[in-house]
Design a protein around this ligand. Sequence first.
Ligand code: AMP
Length: 180
Amino acid sequence: MAALGSQAALADLIASLTRKVADFPEPGVQFKDLTPLFADRAALAAVTDALAGMVSGADLVAGIDSRGFLVGAAVATRLGTGVLAIRKSGKLPPPVLSESYTREYGEACIEIPADGLNLRDRSVFLVDDVLATGGTLAAAARLMERAGARVTGAGVVVELGSLGGRAAVAPLPVHSLSRV
Ligand code: AMP
């Protein structure tokens, strides 16, 4: 992670540029808003470099709606791969492939186009901003596999360690840039 020297320095930078909002979107959840991090030129470059350095053997980066799009596109550009937006339900015209799941706050559903996108035999690296319970990443991995792709791993900027997301996603290897 070139510019910042060490993993600990990057984790500190991420923490310092994360807005922590108590009881959002519901009581008991501390929301990690990475908007200040993404708006910082050096921090965005460092996060992009660090995540890109964790990818091996993938020819497609898939970012999860919506903050995963930002990091996913940046990482794909850095690696020279394609990028895939995994959308929340209702955003894509039919036909779609869908996966429903439970996440830290509430139920959700993610989708990709069922037509015009041949993922068979593609190797995909998943990217999101935050790993909480792991429901989102696990659903994204199932979606990719149903589409015929091979998921090589996943990368997140912040891992909420106490919520057990890493175990929920196992055996998929998850790389996180900071663990809180
Ligand atoms: P989960 O499926 O529980 O791992 O939740 C991860 C997804 O929900 C990611 O797409 C995050 O953007 C979002 N998310 C869950 N918990 C939080 C949180 N505390 N702060 C920010 N985003 C969160």
